[in-house]
Design a binder for this molecule. Sequence first.
Ligand code: ISE
Length: 340
Amino acid sequence: MTRDGTLGVAVIGTGRMGSDHVRRIDEVISDARVAAVVDIDGERAKAAARRVDGCAAYTDAAAAMADDGVDAVLIASPGPAHEAALLEAFARDLPVLCEKPLTPDAASALRVVRAEARLGHRRAQVGFMRRYDARFRQLKAVLDAGVLGRPLMLHCVHRNVATGPGFTSTMTISDSVVHEIDATRWLLGQEIIAVTVLRPTPSAVAPEGLSDPQLVLFETAGGAVVDVEIFVNCGFGYQVRCEAVGEHGTARAGDDDGLYVNAAGRWGGEIPQDYVVRFADAYDREVQAWVDATRRGEVTGPSAWDGYAAAAVCEAGVCAQATGERTTVTLAPRPALYGG
Ligand code: ISE
């Protein structure tokens, strides 16, 4: 399956995330090489390929997957392009790491789940990188060990410095809060059954028409309540935190734990400016775990079902945002492949 014992990866999409993954696989990850890069912008694909020895450039994902040197696929293109790339990878029975969101809506995510279920074995892992962050993993271990007792609430904070052009209120749910949706399902091991969204008067700094910040509330099947402050134009830095409150205690992941400096009569540290920096270690761990599992012939990590469940909660969230009403989540039956 592999050439020279290394996994040949086709990276689809060479934007912010895709080019960071190309660098990561080339410089950090063991037992893998970037065999091909794909971008609809041919010049951008060629520029990315030039940085890696022996890497081919394509404008078409299917053509890259047909390349003899390609053993696996990492999808980092915009969400609307994911479904076609995933179905093509399944048709070729290639292992895939797909950046979040799995797809932009629940109907297309369910089509992906059903296509994988028809294959009869798992091929896709979804890039919910918080599951690979050291502190989030500690929080999960503390919860699983019962140290806090039964979890009652999660308080989450998710702040970005600023949004790029075209970022909509809907995307605050489907592109940003989707991480808290997955983190909630993973940390608590419970499905989210209802979503409510509160929208304060937008910050004057937010782009025209964007609801920012917002407070998103989840109710889980086990009776826990989760609040998420999503603030995507906070201006000062990138922050992600999650505090679990249980019957016997609390635990918080994501407090800034960089270098603490005392100098010139002041104390303090730096706030990272984006997710590529804040979650660099988590991405490294995630991609290495995917490569290692793939080379063993296994698929671990968040599944296509997790991607679908998150998309279904996003859909309820977008509806709650538009109507101001508490909106219940509808989930299709879980196929046996995912433990249904
Ligand atoms: C972005 O796409 C990400 O996935 C980041 O983790 C998130 O913080 C940001 O809000 C999204 O736009």
